[in-house]
Design a protein around this ligand. Structure first.
Ligand SMILES: C[S@@+](CC[C@H](N)C(=O)[O-])C[C@H]1O[C@@H](n2cnc3c(N)ncnc32)[C@H](O)[C@@H]1O
Length: 278
């Protein structure tokens, strides 16, 4: 494997942070080496300096997109960590149901802000469909679900809604699988009734996202950990501007925002923690 020297590490680290916000400290040289080695060979580069300048001077930004794809961690699964989805089902949905029934709101807008291959937003959509079967005051049309990610590759997979046997088995209860997926034995395809509830878009969280409009609930899980303190603070502030009064923010179970923002209050529901804009 071709090794990175410190100068090359700094150039690539800054390039990566500039374009996707992922912050790498000096203990992460191995991460760049392991994640970019295939791309380096594919580009015919013999040093990381050549590779960096090729990416920097590529007018099409194709190599830059490939670098972002390689450097982002897209790990996700159905109903990841369970407790936020339990809170969604038992706490948020009844609350939203009351808001709709009382006429306080006509639409509930939910955003999965680092959606990866779609398991998070599709888990939310399936819970909404289940809830609407029981509560006739709520209908799927009352919800607008947006899912965004910086990586075109994961968005392509999410939009296709096609998952192999290994991926489908990670966290998805059998009854949900039977109800909402069709399979040819190898690939599981999500039902249109779930798919049509979600709009997927490419979005870099570093950039202005006010155009997505006001939200009732933001899932921003397992991505803040990759960002610098400064970006976390800025992002949390911009999420706050987007949340409707009393709107909710859910972050990953290993993430806490208390050091980065005082604009939210922390709450618990059973074992789930969630934030609410003050
Ligand atoms: C570990 S996955 C989390 C997926 C899902 N939220 C979950 O918790 O299972 C992190 C995702 O964040 C995306 N990501 C990384 N940097 C981003 C940025 N600057 N803007 C938008 N998405 C980003 C990655 O492409 C990746 O799909």
């Amino acid at each position: 494997m071709i090794k990175l020297d410190m100068n090359e590490f700094k150039m690539l680290r800054d390039f990566i942070e500039l374009h996707c916000g992922i912050h790498l400290d000096e203990t992460k040289t191995y991460l760049i080496e392991t994640r970019l080695t295939t791309l380096l060979a594919e580009q015919g580069c013999t040093t990381y300096s050549d590779f960096y300048f090729k990416a920097k001077n590529d007018p099409t930004n194709t190599l830059r997109e490939k670098i972002i794809d390689a450097m982002t961690t897209n790990e996700t699964l159905w109903f990841r960590d369970a407790t936020p989805f339990n809170a969604f089902q038992k706490h948020f949905l009844p609350h939203f149901g009351k808001e709709i029934a009382s006429g306080k709101k006509s639409r509930i807008r939910i955003w999965s802000a680092a959606s990866s291959t779609g398991q998070e937003i599709y888990s939310i959509a399936m819970l909404i469909l289940e809830y609407c079967r029981l509560q006739t005051t709520l209908r799927p049309e009352h919800f607008e679900l947006l899912a965004t990610d910086i990586s075109p590759t994961v968005l392509f997979l999410a939009k296709a809604g096609r998952y192999d046997t290994h991926v489908i088995s990670r966290g998805l209860p059998d009854e949900m699988k039977k109800k909402y997926f069709k399979s040819d034995g190898k690939i599981w395809v999500i039902d249109d009734c779930v798919k049509k509830m979600v709009t997927f878009k490419k979005l870099n969280l570093q950039e202005d996202f006010s155009f997505v409009g006001k939200m009732d609930l933001i899932f921003c899980r397992n991505v803040l950990i990759y960002f610098s303190e400064e970006l976390k603070k800025d992002l949390l502030h911009r999420f706050g501007n987007l949340l409707r009064p009393g709107g909710y923010l859910l972050v990953g179970s290993a993430e806490s925002i208390s050091n980065y923002s005082s604009e939210y209050s922390l709450h618990t529901f059973e074992k789930a923690m969630y934030y609410q804009i003050k």
